[in-house]
Design a protein around this ligand. Structure first.
Ligand SMILES: C[S@@+](CC[C@H](N)C(=O)[O-])C[C@H]1O[C@@H](n2cnc3c(N)ncnc32)[C@H](O)[C@@H]1O
Length: 268
């Protein structure tokens, strides 16, 4: 498979992704909040599809509960890490890996109505703008009554805007506002898209009904500010408490670093 630029970028950082991102204490705390939301949607005996699985952190956690996961990503290195992590945790029999590119949904060979749900976390779906095509292909492969749950980097982050304005970096403060920007990862520059929750929900189409819309990372900052916050443990604890208490309010979805959206597969 020819890798898109976003795939090449993550391919290059796959070996260091966990050390630099996944294992940061605030990142782990935030991921645990997502796991609670996934657990509320998907019973342990579900069969789930993951998009943009990265190093397999979510797939392994779900498999440890007994869930079967088809973990997909465009990056072979990321898929290899997922398989390795699954073996290390004794859940290789529950996790299958497969290369899938968001930009090539027409070539995905997924069985009809096979999955109880689909999920994707930490902004993988910001590497594409083809959310309508995704909504259509997922409507075929997720059974009626199943769920789609995604954490997507939103159009406006209050933290990011205030932080970078306070540091007189107005370009970064406003980088999401046009809905498209570029990211630089592993020395590769690639396009990144910032849908509003409304735009994303609409793109998914009539086969999906909104079940929940929450903020995720509204009191806690985007990851580039974690270092500054982790040096202030009392402030960190306060912000975690606020995040836990209030992030599920729908208004927070419009101010947070990510919105978390859960959609239910209906008829149509
Ligand atoms: C920010 S990482 C998130 C990884 C993982 N979901 C997590 O929670 O840590 C984004 C992932 O999306 C994958 N990705 C980027 N572009 C993609 C594409 N066009 N198709 C499928 N996956 C892609 C990357 O390889 C990477 O693993």
């Amino acid at each position: 498979m020819n890798l898109p630029e976003s795939g090449t970028a993550f391919e290059r950082i796959a070996a260091t992704y966990d050390a630099n991102s996944t294992n940061a204490p605030l990142s782990r705390w935030l991921r645990a909040q997502l796991w609670e939301r996934l657990a509320a949607l998907f019973p342990p005996d579900s069969y789930l599809l993951e998009l943009g699985c990265g190093t397999g952190e979510d797939a392994v956690w779900l498999a440890q509960r007994g869930t079967r996961v088809l973990a997909t990503d465009v990056s072979p290195q990321m898929l290899a890490r997922t398989a390795q992590k699954a073996a290390q945790h004794g859940v290789a029999h529950l996790i299958e890996t497969r290369p899938l590119d968001f930009a090539r949904t027409e070539s995905w060979r997924l069985p009809d109505a096979a999955f109880d749900g689909v999920y994707s976390n930490y902004g993988a779906l910001n590497c594409t703008e083809h959310w309508s095509a995704l909504g259509a292909v997922l409507a075929r492969t997720v059974r009626q009554g199943g769920y789609a749950a995604f954490s997507v980097i939103g159009r406006f982050s209050l933290w990011e805007t205030l932080w970078h304005m306070a540091h007189a970096d107005f370009r970064i403060a406003a980088r999401r506002w046009r809905g498209k920007s570029t990211a630089q990862i592993g020395g590769v520059t690639f396009p990144i898209y910032y849908p509003t929750a409304r735009q994303f929900r609409k793109a998914f189409g009539a086969a999906w009904r909104l079940r929940a819309l929450h903020g995720w990372g509204v009191f806690l900052p985007p990851s580039d500010v974690y270092g500054a916050l982790e040096r202030r443990p009392r402030l960190s604890r306060l912000l975690c408490a606020l995040e836990r208490r209030f992030a599920r309010l729908p208004l927070c979805a419009y101010l947070a670093d990510h919105f978390w959206i859960a959609l239910r597969r209906t008829g149509g």
